[in-house]
Design a protein around this ligand. Structure first.
Ligand SMILES: [Zn+2]
Length: 677
C-alpha cells in the first residue's frame, strides 16, 4: 500500500520588506518539556496562531534591528527561534485539519494552516532577512550551524528571494493559490466516498467471516461496500464475484472525479509557472534540487533502468495470474486490475500455501500493536510508556512517552482507527520538532486499521497492515531520534527528501523475520505463536509478484514525473496516464476511470514519487548489514541509529550511508533484487 508522510519542506513565497518598525512583543518562555498544544475549540487555535506568529515576528524583528556586527548569537539564533515559534502552530494546525473529530475545529485548523503557510512563504522571501543571514556565510566555526545556514540560504533562493519584486510578488500569489488548491484536492478526496450495493450476503462469497459479520444487510436488505481502504482492499483480495470486484474498482477509479480534474490541472499549471519564474525548465527540474538524485535526468535514468530489469519479471507474474484466472474462466484473455489482488491471493494460497486468512489469525490488533511497539523499543534500547488519560484530540488516541533509561527522549501519538472526517491515509506527521535544550520531539502515527471497538469479537489485522505499522514506526523513530539538534532545520527527518523513506522501508523487513514475529504474533484463539513454516512460506512467496509491484511503483513515479515535466498548458492528464500505463503498467487501462484524481501523492510528492523506489534501493543495501548480524542485534541497531537516524539533516544522506556501511551506497543489490535474483 502506498503511504504518505508530510513534507516538512516549506513551499515558500514572496514578501515585501517589513514596513512596520520592529515592535516589542513579550515572548512566552520555552520550557524543556513543553508539549504541543491540544485544541478543543476554533478560538483556541486562532489564539495560538496569533500568539505564535507574534513571537516569531518578534524574533525576526530583533534580528533585523541589529546594527553592529552580525554573529551567530544575534542573527542565526533569533532566526532559529522564529522557526521554533512558527512551527508550534504550523504542524499542529495541519494535523488537526486532518484529524480533529470536530468539523469546526478542522475547518479553523485548515484556515490557520493556510495563514501560517502564507507567513512562512513571506519569511522565505524577506530580502532584509536574507541579506542579514547571508552576511554570516563563511564566518561560522560550528559545522552544524554552517550547514543549517547553507541550507537556509539555498531554500531562500529556491523561494525566489533573489528575484525582482514583481517576480517575488507573483511567486507569493502562486504559493497561496497552490496551497488552497492542494487543500481543495484533499477535501474533495475525503468527501467522495463511494459505494456499491450488494443484494445479499451470498454476494460476499470468499470474504473473511469477520468481514461478513460486520457487513450485514440494512433495513432495505442491501449491503454497502465502500471505496475506503478498510473495505476496498479486502474486497479486491477475496470477493469471488468478478462483476462485483469490477463494480467496486470502477467506483474507486472515479473518486473525486470530475471535481479534482480541474483542480489538479490548475495545480500543475501554477507549479509550471512557479518553476519557470525561478529559472527552471520544469517543476520536475526544480524539485530535483537538494535531493540525493540532484537532477531530473538522474531520476529518469534510475527509473528506466529499474523498468528494464523488472519488466520481464512482471510479465511472468501476469502470465501466471492469467493462467490461474483461466482455470475459473477458460474464455478469459485479459487480466484486469480488479483481478490482480484476487488471483495473487489464490496463487499464494494454492501454490505457496500462504493463506492470508490463516495468516491474519495471528495478528489480533491490540496484541500486534503492543508487539510492534515492544520490538521497536527493544531494537533501539528505549522504553515507551503509555500516558494514562493523556490529553489528545480524540478518546481513541494513545500517547506514549519515550525514555532512554530515565531520560525523556520524546513522545508519539497513535491515532490508529478510521472515523468520520479523518484522513483516510496511513502516514506519520510531526507535532513538534525536537530542539536540544528547548523542546522534545513529538510525532503522530496516523492509521486506518480495523477498529477493535467496532466489534465484540477480536479484530484481526491483515499481514500487510503489520508491515504498514512498522513502516510508519520507522518514520516516527526517525523523527524522534533525529530530533536532538540545536537547529530546527536540521532536526527530525530533515534529510534529503528522497532519503526519507529509508528508515520506514527498512523497518518493514522486521515483519518477515521469524524470531521477531514469534515474539508477538500469537493465534487469537489458541495463543500459539505463529509457526515458523508459515513465515518461511510467506518469505518464499515474496518473490512472487515483485516484478509487478516494482513496475507499479515505476509507473506512478513516471506518470507523476511526466505530469510535472511537460508544458502544462498542453497537458492531458488522462492521455498521459494512458500513455504511461502502456509503457510501465502491467495492467490495461480501464475506460471510464480517472485514478489520478484520487491519489494524494500527485499533489504532495508531485514529481518526487520516485522517492519510494529510490529509498527501497538504498534499503536493500543497508539491510545487508542487519541480515549479516541479526535483526535484533543491538550493536548493529545502535550503529544504524547513530549513523542514519540521529544526524537528522545535519549530515548528507550519502555520507550517512557511508558511515553505516563503511563504503559508498550502491544500487547493485537493488538491481539484483529487482531482477528476481
Ligand atoms: Zn513512508
Amino acid at each position: 500500500m502506498v503511504l504518505v508522510i508530510l513534507s516538512t519542506t516549506v513551499l515558500a513565497a514572496c514578501n515585501k520588506p517589513d514596513e512596520k518598525p520592529p515592535t516589542e512583543v513579550a515572548e512566552p518562555p520555552l520550557t524543556y518539556l513543553d508539549s504541543p498544544p491540544i485544541w478543543n475549540t476554533p478560538q483556541e487555535i486562532e489564539a495560538t496562531l496569533a500568539a505564535q506568529l507574534n513571537s516569531s515576528n518578534a524574533s525576526i524583528n530583533k534580528l533585523l534591528a541589529v546594527t553592529g556586527d552580525r554573529t551567530l548569537e544575534n542573527t542565526l539564533i533569533p532566526y532559529n527561534d522564529a522557526l521554533i515559534e512558527f512551527e508550534r502552530v504550523y504542524y499542529p494546525a495541519y494535523e488537526m485539519s486532518q484529524l480533529h473529530p470536530d468539523t469546526a475545529v478542522r475547518e479553523t485548523a485548515d484556515a490557520c494552516y493556510q495563514e501560517a503557510q502564507k507567513f512562512i512563504s513571506g519569511l522565505y522571501r524577506n530580502t532584509g532577512l536574507y541579506a542579514a543571514l547571508a552576511v554570516l556565510e563563511g564566518r561560522l566555526d560550528d559545522p552544524e550551524a554552517t550547514r543549517f545556514l547553507e541550507l537556509t540560504l539555498r531554500d531562500f533562493r529556491l523561494s525566489g528571494v533573489d528575484k525582482d519584486e514583481t517576480t517575488r510578488d507573483r511567486l507569493q500569489v502562486l504559493d497561496e493559490r497552490i496551497t488552497g488548491l492542494v487543500q481543495e484536492f484533499d477535501r474533495n478526496l475525503a468527501a467522495d466516498v463511494r459505494y456499491i450495493e450488494l443484494e445479499s450476503v451470498e454476494d460476499m462469497a470468499g470474504m473473511p467471516e469477520d468481514f461478513i459479520a460486520s457487513h450485514q444487510p440494512d433495513e432495505n436488505g442491501k449491503i454497502r461496500i465502500s471505496t475506503q481502504f478498510t473495505e476496498y482492499y479486502p474486497f479486491m483480495d477475496y470477493a469471488e464475484r468478478e462483476d462485483l470486484r469490477r463494480a467496486l474498482y470502477m467506483e474507486h477509479g472515479q473518486v473525486a472525479y470530475p471535481a479534482n480534474e480541474a483542480v489538479l490541472k490548475e495545480i500543475i499549471e501554477l507549479r509550471d509557472e512557479y518553476a519557470a519564474l525561478l529559472g527552471y525548465e520544469s517543476w520536475a527540474a526544480y524539485q530535483a534540487v537538494g535531493k540525493m538524485a540532484g537532477k531530473k535526468e538522474v531520476i529518469y535514468d534510475f527509473l528506466e533502468r529499474t523498468a528494464e530489469l523488472a519488466l520481464p519479471q512482471a510479465e511472468l507474474d501476469i502470465q501466471s495470474l492469467l493462467a490461474r484466472k483461466q482455470q475459473d474462466d477458460p474464455a478469459a484473455d485479459t487480466l484486469w486490475s480488479w483481478d490482480g489482488s484476487y488471483y495473487s491471493s489464490k496463487i499464494l494460497s494454492e501454490e505457496y500455501a500462504v493463506d492470508s486468512q490463516e495468516l491474519r489469525q495471528y495478528f489480533e490488533i491490540e496484541s500486534t500493536k503492543d508487539g510492534i511497539l515492544g520490538i521497536v523499543a527493544d531494537l533501539f534500547g528505549l522504553e515507551f510508556r503509555l500516558v494514562p488519560n493523556a490529553d489528545a484530540w480524540h478518546s481513541s488516541v494513545e500517547v506514549y512517552e519515550i525514555f532512554e533509561g530515565e531520560k525523556p527522549v520524546g513522545r508519539f501519538y497513535l491515532d490508529l482507527y478510521p472515523r468520520e472526517g479523518k484522513t483516510t491515509w496511513f502516514s506519520s506527521g510531526p507535532m513538534q520538532t525536537g530542539v536540544t535544550g528547548v523542546q522534545l520531539p513529538a510525532a503522530i502515527l496516523i492509521g486506518n486499521f480495523p477498529d477493535p471497538s467496532s466489534s465484540d469479537e477480536p479484530v484481526l489485522m491483515e499481514y500487510g497492515d503489520v508491515s504498514t505499522f512498522l513502516h510508519e514506526m520507522g518514520h516516527v523513530m526517525h523523527f524522534i531520534l533525529g530530533g536532538n539538534h540545536q537547529w530546527v532545520g536540521l532536526s527530525g527527518w530533515a534529510c534529503e527528501w528522497d532519503f526519507v523513506e529509508v528508515p520506514s522501508t527498512l523497518l518493514e523487513y522486521w515483519a518477515s523475520d521469524v524470531d521477531v514475529l514469534q515474539r508477538f504474533a500469537k493465534h487469537y484463539q489458541s495463543g500459539e505463536p505463529i509457526p515458523a513454516e508459515l513465515i518461511a512460506k510467506l518469505n518464499k512467496a515474496k518473490g512472487f509478484n515483485l516484478g509487478s509491484w516494482v513496475m507499479g511503483q515505476t509507473f506512478y513515479s513516471m506518470v507523476f514525473l511526466s505530469y510535472y515535466d511537460q508544458d502544462a498548458k498542453d497537458l492531458d492528464l488522462l492521455a498521459t496516464w494512458q500513455e504511461m500505463m502502456l509503457k510501465y503498467n502491467p495492467y490495461p487501462y480501464v475506460s471510464g476511470t480517472h485514478p489520478y484524481t484520487s491519489i494524494g501523492h500527485v499533489v504532495d510528492y508531485t514529481s518526487t514519487y520516485y522517492t519510494y523506489l529510490w529509498s527501497q534501493a538504498i534499503v536493500v543495501d543497508i539491510f545487508s548489514k542487519f541480515k549479516e548480524n541479526g535483526l535484533m542485534d543491538r550493536a548493529t541497531a545502535l550503529a544504524y541509529r547513530r549513523a542514519i537516524l540521529e544526524p537528522g539533516g545535519a549530515v548528507a544522506a550519502k555520507e550517512m550511508v557511508r558511515n553505516f556501511l563503511g563504503r559508498d551506497y550502491s544500487f547493485d543489490a537493488f538491481n539484483q533484487w529487482v531482477a528476481g535474483k
